[in-house]
Design a protein around this ligand. Structure first.
Ligand SMILES: O=C(O)CNC(=O)[C@H](CS)NC(=O)CCC(=O)C(=O)O
Length: 276
């Protein structure tokens, strides 16, 4: 099945990002795509919590979710919205970082809240405290589609292999890893982590990513790593999107999952053991 990754540089203006993604979806479908994936925080990348409070919405009011559901239905395709930053009704005011699988009728068939929060000091000057603004999810999620079971994850989750083992054991044959990776850790770890998860599980790994320099607020900007990737179930990098925005189409076929797992059936050899 023809599948398209969209690599984008989201700004802190959701309406503008929505227009861009809708146009890219139409173009991908004109090129034959039947499944399209967008990166983490498709609706808004911002370094300012004040700005996020202004422009983010609750799920029921979110213009990006409504607009992309409508576009998926109009085009009759499957859509993974890598994630949206969404307001919650929690008293502490934290957002959710939520991924959505949308079917060709525009219905939401699965939603997943990012479990692992990126609370990391990447360099002496660059620190992330995702848990300050986002409430972590508590539940692993698979989506049933007419092209196979898809295991959902987001970005920093990629560093926690037991999540992917659980998704594969629950039947996933495709793993999604939408991201807004930091350039420093991206250069060091991104490709290796994605390839490792594909090899360990015998799953396709589909990783649409944010790229480039995002909106400035009071002189502060944020860069992301790009390099959206498709890794085959055998662990080969089929697509590396580089750092430009764009559409990357490939043929997603279940037979390569069967073949990789036939050659190395490690997924069926998982054992529980006593602690050290
Ligand atoms: O900030 C937002 O609005 C949405 N959240 C993100 O972009 C998150 C937290 S800053 N980014 C990552 O998880 C990158 C992980 C990474 O780079 C690594 O694992 O090395």
């Amino acid at each position: 099945m023809k599948t398209a990754l969209l690599q984008i540089t989201s700004s802190d203006n959701p309406a503008e990002n929505l227009d861009m993604v809708r146009a890219m979806m139409a173009e991908a479908v004109a090129d034959g795509a039947r499944f399209i994936l967008t990166p983490e925080v498709t609706n808004c990348v911002s370094t300012s919590t004040t700005r996020q409070r202004e422009v983010l919405q609750h799920e029921e009011d979110d213009i990006t979710l409504a607009g992309l559901r409508e576009q998926a239905a109009a085009l009759g395709i499957w859509l993974l919205i890598g994630s949206l930053a969404i307001k919650t009704h929690d008293a502490d005011g934290r957002f959710a970082n939520r991924s959505f699988m949308i079917d060709p009728q525009g219905q939401i068939v699965a939603r997943y809240d990012k479990i692992h929060m990126f609370d990391v000091q990447v360099t002496e000057t660059e620190t992330f405290r995702e848990s300050k603004n986002y409430r972590p999810g508590e539940k692993a999620v698979v989506a049933q589609t007419d092209f196979g079971t898809v295991g959902l994850s987001i970005c920093y989750d990629i560093r926690f292999p037991h999540l992917y083992a659980a998704l594969a054991q629950a039947g996933a044959r495709i793993l999604t890893v939408p991201a807004a990776f930091s350039p420093v850790t991206g250069a060091a770890h991104w490709e290796s982590l994605l390839r490792a998860r594909a090899i360990e599980t015998g799953c396709w790994v589909l990783a649409p990513a944010q790229t480039g320099e995002h909106s400035k607020t009071r002189g502060k900007t944020r860069h992301t790593h790009g390099h959206s990737m498709v890794v085959t179930p055998w662990g080969e990098v089929l697509i590396d999107a580089g750092t430009d925005q764009g559409i990357h189409i490939f043929d997603l076929h279940d037979s390569s999952v069967t073949e990789a797992r036939r050659r190395v059936p490690s997924l069926t050899h998982i054992r529980s053991f006593d602690g050290p």
